[in-house]
Design a protein around this ligand. Structure first.
Ligand SMILES: CC(C)(COP(=O)(O)OP(=O)(O)OC[C@H]1O[C@@H](n2cnc3c(N)ncnc32)[C@H](O)[C@@H]1OP(=O)(O)O)[C@@H](O)C(=O)NCCC(=O)NCCS
Length: 130
């Protein structure tokens, strides 16, 4: 899927507020927390496409471009870049909207790969799109 409009115009799969409980020892937002938000965003997108349960099998090319601070509004935007037999690859980009100025910066991006599972937890084919 290609990006069709600027990220500010797109719907975020996840949007949340970075809280003090999510900080690392230096006081910035912990990278693991941000990755989990991105994984949730990718999973929502992959599950909608697969119309069934999916699990994360791999994460490729994570890049942390900018720090995230307490009080930032974090939005995760997703694009499906590949559909295999049982797997779906989702590009996830996280943006932080800073404080009251509303300045938005791309903070992180990565490729999240999900596998569609049947009722027994085995990989199963991704159906044709609706
Ligand atoms: C996901 C899981 C069911 C896949 O089982 P598997 O026996 O490796 O399945 P397969 O080898 O048939 O691979 C399934 C698909 O995943 C893809 N895949 C597997 N490992 C991959 C990797 N490291 N990178 C990219 N794709 C991968 C395969 O290419 C295949 O895609 P395709 O069908 O579109 O060609 C199994 O690895 C698993 O349960 N992992 C744990 C998942 C989990 O708990 N995630 C949450 C972690 S907290």
């Amino acid at each position: 899927m290609t990006k069709t409009k600027p990220s500010k115009m797109r719907d975020a799969a996840v949007r949340t507020l970075a809280m003090p409980a999510d900080t690392n020892s230096a006081g910035d937002i912990f990278g693991g927390w941000l990755m989990s938000q991105m994984d949730i965003a990718g999973e929502i997108t992959a599950r909608r496409r697969a119309r069934r349960r999916v699990v994360t099998v791999a994460v490729d090319g994570m890049e942390f471009h900018q720090p995230v601070y307490v009080g930032d509004i974090v939005s995760c935007y997703t694009d499906i870049t590949r559909v295999g037999k049982t797997s779906i690859t989702v590009h996830v980009e996280a943006e932080a909207s800073r404080g009251l100025s509303g300045e938005s910066v791309t903070v992180t991006e990565g490729m999240f790969i999900y596998v569609a599972l049947d009722a027994k937890g085995h990989p199963c084919p991704v159906p044709e799109p609706d």
